[in-house]
Ligand binder design. Structure first.
Ligand SMILES: [Zn+2]
Length: 463
């Protein structure tokens, strides 16, 4: 048996099983899994003794090189994918944004150019629809066939990204017809806009008012409405960055009735809370993202949601803006603070720490949340998202017992602060392979910008 690489002596963990085994890799794919593989003919042998061998993480929600409020998110496809690789993520799904008047293809091509020759891991795109005329409605079908099989719509940011219920309903109906999946940013943008203007008129301009003008009820209402629209359209729907119990209850209730509703949350909602917005001075701008941080009690509800499959995915919504010069744009007005936070690098460690070490779910459920479920929902499975013969050799060799303190002084994202500064995690990726090529070895980047490929995703077939 001939292999390029053999991963030897580890404990293989998939969403289903945990077992001791060696993995043989040839030409970028897993070609053999056995209790003991011959290594004489292998070019490279990776010793995984006392480590977990898991499928590479899939981050279904990132914003690299994204324009927002006159600036751009601080990580491009090079620095962002390298930081992702450090954290054990081997595929990300970013968002190509259609500007008003553009075709969906123009959006897709713009983002393909941004990623070209820069990405160090594989990537795919959702398409954000802001303007859905008849031509763009037809284009949805074409894009699905070209591997862009999911679309995101906004119920927030009126005048910029928000679309009305009729547009959402038309998009969902079209997605249902052609096996697409609609992702929803669910917040009641109209109400929030009124609350924001009222706050500003009252002279409330500090970062904290970003959170206080976006109530949990606004997210709960929009989540319920998105689900109702999907039911009427006969379409599945995926709620992005769910942050609070109000929205969680809507998803749980719909899933109990058998409605195909799926939802993700992000580490910031599991680890941070409204209390972070009390940071002195302008510090709280570090936590200005949307939906905002919530009261602390929501955290445990979200962890329970992950354990009980009300929530299926943890993604990051990585959208980094530096504190200096970017977040500072809103020093005198919270509405001018670029919305977003950096998180692409620490998703696996944070979820493993709180989920598995925290006693809330098994390592298998962990793998499902960070890799297998996003792969299935977004048409990447079984090529990605599991360890199986024939799958891409996107693999993380993970030390479940090594500790690390998260800090901006040691992270690899191109941003001057960390949302998780000082948090100790237990469980660290040591070696990461992307289609068989090492990208991280013993905690060091050994990959190459440009070696990541665009992945054409399959249409939606269910979870
Ligand atoms: Zn986002």
């Amino acid at each position: 048996m001939q292999f390029d690489t053999v991963i030897r002596g580890g404990t293989i963990v998939t969403a289903m099983d945990t077992y001791a085994g060696d993995i043989g890799i040839l030409d970028g794919r897993i070609t053999s899994i056995a209790q003991m593989l011959p290594v004489e003919n292998a070019t490279k042998v990776i010793d995984a003794t006392a480590r977990l061998v898991m499928p590479g993480g899939i981050d279904a929600h990132t914003h690299l090189d994204m324009p927002f409020g006159g600036t751009n998110s601080a990580d491009d496809f090079e620095s962002g994918t390298i930081a992702a690789a450090y954290g054990g993520t081997t595929t990300l799904i970013d968002f190509a944004i259609q500007l008003k008047g553009q075709s969906l293809r123009q959006a897709f091509e713009t983002w393909m150019k941004k990623a070209d020759r820069k990405a160090a891991i594989d990537y795919a795109f959702h398409c954000i629809i802001t303007d859905l005329g008849d031509a763009q409605l037809e284009e949805m079908n074409t894009l699905i066939h070209e591997g862009v099989s999911s679309f995101k719509l906004f119920m927030a940011y009126p005048g910029v990204l928000m679309v009305d219920d009729a547009t959402i309903f038309r998009a969902m109906s079209q997605a249902a017809k052609y096996n697409g999946l609609i992702c929803m940013h669910a917040e009641n943008g109209g109400v929030i806009d009124v609350l924001v203007r009222k706050a500003l008129a009252e002279g409330k301009r500090a970062p904290k008012y970003h959170a206080l003008t976006r109530p949990t009820t606004a997210e709960g209402e929009a989540t319920g409405r998105a689900i109702a629209l999907a039911e009427m359209a006969g379409a599945p729907v995926y709620i992005v960055h769910l942050s609070c119990n109000d929205a969680l209850e809507k998803v749980r209730e719909a899933r109990d009735r058998g409605v195909p509703v799926y939802a993700e949350t992000c580490p910031q909602y599991l680890y941070l809370s409204l209390e972070n917005m009390d940071a002195p001075g302008f510090e709280a701008a570090k936590y200005v993202f949307t939906p905002p941080l919530r009261e602390k009690w929501h955290q445990e509800k979200l962890w329970q949601g992950l354990a009980r499959d009300t929530l299926q995915v943890v993604s990051t919504d990585h959208c980094p803006f530096c504190f200096k010069e970017q977040k500072e744009l809103g020093r005198d007005d919270f509405t001018k603070i670029p919305n977003g936070g950096p998180g692409i690098e620490h998703r696996l460690s944070l979820v493993y720490t709180g989920g598995v070490h925290g006693g809330r779910f098994s390592p298998n459920r962990f793998v499902q949340l960070v890799a297998t479920a996003p792969a299935k929902l977004f048409g990447l499975y079984p090529r990605k998202g599991t360890i199986a013969v024939g799958a891409d050799a996107d693999i993380v060799v993970f030390d479940p017992n090594e500790s690390q303190v998260i800090s901006a002084s040691t992270h690899h994202m191109k941003v001057d602060y960390s949302m998780f500064e000082g948090i100790r995690v237990k469980g660290v990726p040591k070696t990461v392979l992307s289609r068989g090529r090492p990208v991280i070895e013993n905690g060091k980047f050994v990959g190459r910008a440009g070696s990541g490929e665009f992945i054409r995703r399959q249409g939606f077939t269910g979870a």
